[in-house]
Design a protein around this ligand. Structure first.
Ligand SMILES: Cc1ncc(COP(=O)(O)O)c(C=O)c1O
Length: 376
């Protein structure tokens, strides 16, 4: 069947950008200070205040932030980092950058976050850190990981706007928490990231290591430790500041679209929907991911949505331990993390962005129902 020609194309994701971002960028261009200027600390202060963290360090990506945060809590050669196999590959890669070993543990079938009991069982005397991921913006149970008494780095790349059951915003618990600002995120700077934390010495270390190991009071050519170029530019920070101003509206837009999806998809038998907020937790909506009913091949559903209805979707996300790099280097195989593998095999990210209209949501939901043979 041909792609429908009578309707507009629905993108998978689309950032909200307006005149404020344009003006902010022009102002930086006119100032002549494109990097290491005043917008970076201004963005850091505003972001830290937003999540209730004492400090924040802006970095060039979420991946860079995870790398620096793991170094900052002491992960190094031969150490182990217990983490979720149901995440974007960067959360495990960041440990490998330091020649440490990511040790996967299975996920909770409801929240899809790292299961604290499974994580506890994976701890050894070599465990240097626990790296829980707030997957799809749903807050991980950080207090349960705190009880393990090990350093924690939170992968909050998908979780801006999320709130823990006790009312603390994700990123505000004091552990280094890493946010990502790629173009599909709740807030974007094109590429970029932020590490929030309570420890001032940790901020100093991260600020130095993102900037070639340069100490704050040294001249350009003096470096007292190994560092990287993980800086965020002033252009990106200016976009970030403008995006922060519109964050509440963008988060509300995502929550509205998610609620609409929930209603529109409720009647599809066997379809797994994102878990509702529990016990006071608030999801910071990032993506809308469903699990196709058992008995349907997810990739066939994806293909039919695209070819028969012109609707893009994504197999999001694949299990990290089954990616070829991790199979080859760490010897992982099917069957090790059954909950993660089942969820990953059935997961499908549907089009999702703050300005998605009710009509677009209904079109996606109707197409999915038809593809699954459940059209009313
Ligand atoms: C869970 C998770 N971790 C890490 C990252 C890496 O962030 P970035 O793409 O900014 O490096 C992402 C974003 O894609 C992510 O979704």
């Amino acid at each position: 069947m041909a792609v429908r020609a009578d309707t507009d194309q629905i993108p998978l994701a689309r950032p909200v950008l307006g005149e404020e971002e344009e003006l902010a960028v022009i102002e930086v261009l006119r100032s002549g200070q494109l990097s290491l200027g005043p917008r970076v600390p201004a963005f850091e202060r505003a972001f830290a205040a937003r999540v209730g963290a004492p400090h924040a360090s802006a970095v060039s990506s979420g991946t860079a932030g995870l790398h620096l945060a793991l170094r900052a809590v002491g992960v190094s050669d031969g150490g182990e980092v217990v983490t979720s196999p149901f995440s974007f590959v960067a959360s495990a890669n960041a440990a490998v950058f330091e020649r440490a070993r990511p040790v996967f543990a299975d996920i909770d079938p409801v929240t899809l976050n790292l299961d604290p009991d499974a994580a506890a069982a994976a701890v050894t005397e070599r465990t240097a850190a626990i790296l829980p991921v707030h997957i799809f913006g749903y807050p991980a149970d950080i207090p349960a990981f705190e009880r393990l008494g090990l350093p924690i780095v939170e992968d909050a790349c998908e979780a801006l706007g999320a709130v823990h059951p006790d009312g603390v915003a994700v990123g505000g618990r004091g552990h280094p928490a890493v946010f990502g600002f790629y173009a599909n995120k709740q807030l974007t700077t094109g590429e970029g990231g932020m590490v929030t934390m309570s420890d001032a010495a940790m901020k100093e270390r991260i600020d130095s290591e993102r900037n070639q190991g340069r100490a704050p009071d040294m001249g350009w050519l003096d470096h007292d430790r190994l560092g990287f170029n993980y800086r965020l530019s002033d252009i990106a920070a200016a976009i970030g500041l403008a995006q922060l101003d519109r964050l509440d509206g963008m988060l509300a837009g995502r929550a509205r679209v998610a609620a609409r999806y929930g209603e529109a998809l409720a009647g599809i038998e066997g379809l797994g929907l994102p878990c509702p907020d529990r016990g006071g937790a608030v999801r910071g909506w990032f993506v809308y991911v469903v699990q196709v009913p058992r008995g349907h091949a997810r990739d066939d559903v994806l293909r039919a949505l695209r070819e028969e209805h012109g609707i893009p979707s994504k197999p999001y996300m694949p299990a990290i331990h089954l990616m070829s790099f991790y199979r080859e280097t760490l010897g992982h195989r099917e069957g090790e993390f059954p909950v993660c593998e089942d969820v990953a095999a059935r997961s499908l990210a549907l089009p999702f962005f703050p300005e998605m209209t009710d009509g677009q949501v209904e079109r996606v939901a109707g197409a999915l129902a038809r593809v699954l043979g459940q059209a009313p």
